[in-house]
Design a binder for this molecule. Structure first.
Ligand SMILES: N[C@@H](CCC(=O)N[C@@H](CS)C(=O)NCC(=O)O)C(=O)O
Length: 212
């Protein structure tokens, strides 16, 4: 089998999810830089890989994919190494629910409306919009509460075995924690704090740390 290629940038939480899956499976890959936030958007050639112009995109032995969940499930199923999806149908359903809730209800408030709004925008000289942050707080709290409610006993979200749910949540929670107000919010959920302590120290997480 050939070496897979990931298109994207290290700052992207979704690119990081794909890279985490590759690292956990011990698969070597090439990261081809694509900056979606460059002036003028991504290069024209990139739309052949991702017609919607988002990152990541992925390629392996002639198979081109976009959408992070499609990519990570393929990585888990196509390569050897530890399984990242539970065999049991009910466990897998909960894993898929966690991944979907992160995409639908957590990504926007945690990353964009809180972390980007309060940390990245001021660095770029743009004032934080307090209305955006205020509206995001209850949504972020609900997402954290749901992750806490769904988390099982054990090191990882599904219990004893690391899964795609952990790899999906970690970069998004990590980005959120750049915001000073995120610490007290997650601090209200001791099991998530303990989970974060463990996942943020994994080799895969450390190896995919963004450059700045
Ligand atoms: N549904 C996509 C979401 C990917 C996504 O939103 N990526 C962000 C970077 S983390 C992006 O490309 N943003 C560019 C934009 O919003 O224009 C997936 O699961 O891969």
């Amino acid at each position: 089998m050939g070496q897979p290629v990931v298109y994207g940038a290290d700052y992207s939480v979704y690119v990081r999810i794909v890279r985490l899956a590759l690292h956990e499976k011990r698969v070597d890959y090439e990261l081809i830089p694509v900056d979606v936030f460059a002036e003028g958007g991504p290069p024209v050639w990139y739309f052949d890989h991702h017609p919607f112009g988002r990152i990541p995109a992925f390629e392996h032995d002639g198979l081109r994919l976009y959408e992070t969940t499609a990519i990570t499930r393929y990585i888990d199923e196509a390569f050897g190494g530890p399984a990242l999806q539970p065999a049991d149908a009910r466990d897998r359903a909960v894993m898929n629910q966690i991944v979907a809730l992160i995409d639908a209800y957590a990504y926007r408030p945690l990353v964009w409306d809180i972390a980007v709004e309060t940390v990245d925008r001021p660095k770029e000289g743009i004032a934080t919009d307090p209305a955006v942050v205020e509206a995001a707080m209850p949504k972020a709290s609900l997402a954290l509460s749901e992750l806490t409610r769904l988390k099982r006993q054990g090191d990882w979200l599904l219990g004893e075995n690391l899964s795609l749910a952990d790899l999906h949540a970690a970069p998004i929670v990590g980005y959120f924690l750049k915001a000073p107000l995120a610490g007290p919010m997650i601090g209200a959920h001791s099991s998530l704090v303990e989970w974060w302590r463990k996942i943020s120290r994994r080799d895969s997480f450390l190896a995919t740390e963004p450059a700045d």
